[in-house]
Design a binder for this molecule. Structure first.
Ligand code: AMP
Ligand code: MG
Length: 325
């Protein structure tokens, strides 16, 4: 990584706030207050999701007030008529002092505002189901300028890489991808995708939740590609971090059979995108179409996701096409 590059201030800011974000999610877990609330769309959410989004929004307001923020949560989806706001404020107190619950709601709702050119993207707890099961989850942050994802920082409190439990994976345009353990700040491990050239030796990564993908089609893919290795099932964008590190070669995210028109959320893919590209991999939709992050909060021009070590990308797309014909 160069000592001086275009988005250095933004990257340093994002790495700094990520440490606090991970402390917030970890302390919610340690205090055993990870009860899921159910949002209107039936998906689970916890006070950690709201506290992290509020924290990121207030930090952005101070540091980059002109920038927009696209975040998964909004105060209107707070379950139980906003009665959770004081608990969220309590989680923020160690870092921000006493805060007014009304301000917390305002910060959360900054995540609805896109700006013309520069937009941050946050999934405050990606893989909430993994968070609830105490398995993998991440805090996923990206910066998009015009149509380009220029940096990604993915906080992974439960991922053990290079012998360190918990850390963040980050990447900036043309600067590579790195792993930085929380316990050893500034010790950077470069992340590079695997050099595997044989599809049958590929390690496949997919969602832990059957409902978030198409297990039947993935099974067909495994057979058609003569995969020799067990698939790795994992919640959240942590599985893209494994791909970036070279601990897997092919990541498939296929629309569930009962939701063929499912469109991906921008916060589930944008942070992963820059990390994979800078690690030397490739990431497109399931038809090989370039991902278009300019269509609001969902990727309406794309369907599903294929991320690979690059070498195996065309072959993966080809097999997917063959099994769906
Ligand atoms: P993962 O942990 O990789 O399975 O992805 C978690 C993300 O999947 C969540 O943040 C949701 O935004 C998203 N999601 C929820 N329902 C679906 C679905 N039916 N198909 C694909 N993704 C979904
Ligand atoms: Mg998510």
């Amino acid at each position: 990584m160069q000592s001086n590059f275009e988005f250095q201030n933004e990257l340093e800011f994002a790495r700094r706030i990520m440490i606090t974000c991970a402390r917030i999610t970890s302390s919610v877990q340690q205090e055993h207050i990870v009860h899921a609330q159910i949002k209107a769309d039936r998906s689970p959410v916890t006070i950690a999701d709201y506290a992290v989004q509020a924290f990121v929004a207030q930090a952005l307001q101070k540091e980059f007030p002109q920038d927009g923020l696209l975040g998964e949560e909004s105060s209107s989806s707070l379950p139980g008529d906003q009665s959770l706001l004081p608990s969220i404020a309590k989680q923020l107190k160690p870092y921000l002092g006493v805060v007014n619950p009304k301000d917390v709601a305002g910060w959360i709702d900054r995540g609805r505002g896109g700006s013309e050119r520069r937009n941050w993207i946050i999934d405050p707890v990606d893989g909430t189901k993994g968070f609830l099961r105490r398995m993998q989850y991440v805090i996923a942050l990206a910066l998009m300028i015009d149509s380009e994802i220029v940096l990604s920082v993915i906080g992974c409190p439960q991922l053990n890489l290079y012998g360190h439990l918990g850390g963040m994976a980050f990447a900036a345009l043309n600067e590579g991808s790195y792993w930085e353990p929380f316990s050893q700040p500034d010790k950077l491990y470069p992340l590079n995708v695997s050099r595997q050239t044989s599809i049958s030796q590929a390690r496949l990564l997919r969602s832990f939740e059957d409902a978030h993908t198409n297990p039947g089609q993935i099974e067909c893919f495994k057979q058609a590609a003569h995969l020799q290795n067990q698939a790795i099932l994992m919640d959240s964008q942590a599985k893209y971090v494994l791909l970036a590190k070279g601990d897997g070669e092919v990541l498939l995210r296929l629309p569930a059979e009962d939701r063929p028109d499912f469109v991906e959320n921008i916060w589930d893919q944008a942070p992963a995108y820059r990390l994979i590209k800078e690690a030397g991999g490739e990431m497109t939709d399931r038809f090989g179409v370039k991902l278009d992050f300019t269509t609001g909060t969902t990727l309406t021009k794309n369907s599903g996701i294929v991320a690979t070590n690059g070498i195996l990308h065309q072959e993966t797309l080809h097999i997917l096409k063959e099994i769906s014909d």
